[in-house]
Ligand binder design. Sequence first.
Ligand SMILES: C[S@@+](CC[C@H](N)C(=O)[O-])C[C@H]1O[C@@H](n2cnc3c(N)ncnc32)[C@H](O)[C@@H]1O
Length: 380
Amino acid sequence: MIQSRHIYIILRDYKYFSNRAKLALMDRFLIDHIDPLGQGVFKKDGEVFFIPKTLPDEEGIFKILKQKKGVCFGQLEKLTKKSPDRITPECRHFNTCSGCHFLHTDYSNELKIKTQTFARMLRDIPHLDIKVLASDQRLHYRNRIQLHYDKNLIGFKQSKTNHIIAVPDCLIMQPQLKQVFDDFLSQWQQQRRRLKEPTRGHVELYFKNNEIKINWNKPYASGGFTQVNEPLNKKVQDLILAQYGEIEGGLLELFGGEGNLSHKLNFDRRVCVDLYTDPNDDQVNLDLFKEDALKIFKKKVTDDFGCVFIDPPRSGFKGLSKWIEHYRPKNLLYMSCNPITQINDIKPILESYEVSDIWLIDFFPSTFHFESIIVMQQKS
Ligand SMILES: C[S@@+](CC[C@H](N)C(=O)[O-])C[C@H]1O[C@@H](n2cnc3c(N)ncnc32)[C@H](O)[C@@H]1O
């Protein structure tokens, strides 16, 4: 173990080390702020360092894990100055697992950090204050998890090293899924020998409507998308109900699945468009990323729509302005799990639409992820 006095000696000549030699080094840090991935950020000699599981103003020693073109990823080794906001993590895996990012501070501080992150992203968008919809449960909420395996080893993948970490006491799963997970782990060694799947890969465990699903080596949520935090999903449906109540002039839900977001609303007519939906009167099966998606849709559905909801995957929806220009809805609600693409998508329509409400929906407590809802109205 390197002692702090030795670190000073190493640091004096830090810039003369080759990149390979630097990887074995430790360095001191002073955290400035938290980035959108929940990592503490520290800058020195023109280099930016990212150190997860730290807090603003904390000081300490970190080990360099990865370094490239002035950007360096480190691992916390020792704290020499702790933030008053630091708490003991509830989960025993927190220090080694990269699944959760904020269990070293309390939930109100986690929400504060996420709100600050979101506000920085929104700096170019004229808007009112960000409203926050918190989760009642900070842990024990997920109904779907993805595990990685490699021969005998099974667990979560560490983000920077890709090592698989066993997490038998993970606290993120809702109770029924945790039971499925415990049974799955206890049978893993026998099951693995009988498995016809490749010796390394991933498996998804999923619990919904009292049904258990185990999917081997399929894309995430391949059986159809559903929100992973069901109690908060119900609150989102209530929030949307309070916002709109009755929809006038028809509702078009793009990337709508089976209409989860408008589940509690009253409407004369609703059409949900999704790649994985079973087509019927209310649901249109269409690849919205296709160049001619709008043209295809107009041939299938001739209605007008006074309201459009959109809830795309992380990549966002670059075609939004084309659809909005065509339907000119009075009301538009954009929900997203990636505020960066969401903000880029709405920029082209800001001349004719104004933002009336912005919500941070804390769908994934303990992690850096969150969803956001931007509510817009056509300018008069
Ligand atoms: C974030 S989910 C939202 C689903 C729904 N709003 C909900 O709350 O359950 C994104 C949806 O986009 C759909 N999707 C992904 N790629 C698509 C594409 N190319 N065209 C249309 N829908 C797509 C997925 O099937 C998924 O249902």
